[in-house]
Design a protein. Structure first.
Length: 162
């Protein structure tokens, strides 16, 4: 019985979060003319949180739910293909930062194990975490993402912002 109460409270909290985030912009659709990706990297979409608060999951648009996925980096932006959920398109002009971290919102791995893409969803700043399937694919993904950022957003050799 206590477990049932805990699950009911968790469900109520999630519904309240959905209500609070109802005004968050819809996910933009990827334009048809994106063309062939510069790089595609399989892995796990971890979560999207509000920037600066990696425990504050964005619940709307299923952005708070972990799924298998593939990141496709194009010259005009990034598409995160998510199994069982709407894909995420991040236009190049919406990208603000690329970083690596050990974890966010319930998923913690080794040091710098997650690639974190910071971007603007309309007027809301968010961070999206992705874990590559192969460790060796992380560096090429970071470099491809970095190439889309303004020149003043350089990363050091460890994938950290200077």
């Amino acid at each position: 019985m206590p477990m049932l109460i805990i699950f009911a409270l968790m469900a109520k909290g999630w519904r309240n979060k959905l209500k609070r985030q109802r005004s968050l912009a819809s996910l933009p659709e990827a334009p048809a003319e994106l063309g062939t990706p510069l790089i595609s990297v399989p892995g796990q979409y971890v979560v999207t949180t509000t920037t600066g608060d990696w425990l504050d999951r964005v619940a709307v648009h299923n952005l708070g739910i972990r799924t298998p996925g593939v990141v496709h980096v194009h010259a005009g932006g990034v598409v995160i293909e998510r199994k069982g959920a709407q894909d995420i398109f991040i236009a190049q002009h919406a990208l603000t930062q690329v970083d690596t971290q050990a974890g966010m919102a319930g998923k913690f791995v080794e040091r710098d194990g997650l690639v974190v893409i910071s971007w603007n969803l309309d007027d809301t700043e968010v961070d999206t975490g992705f874990r590559t399937t192969e460790a060796g694919a992380k560096r090429p993904l970071i470099e491809a993402l970095q190439a889309l950022l303004p020149n003043d957003s350089e990363l050091d050799s460890n994938g950290k912002n200077n």
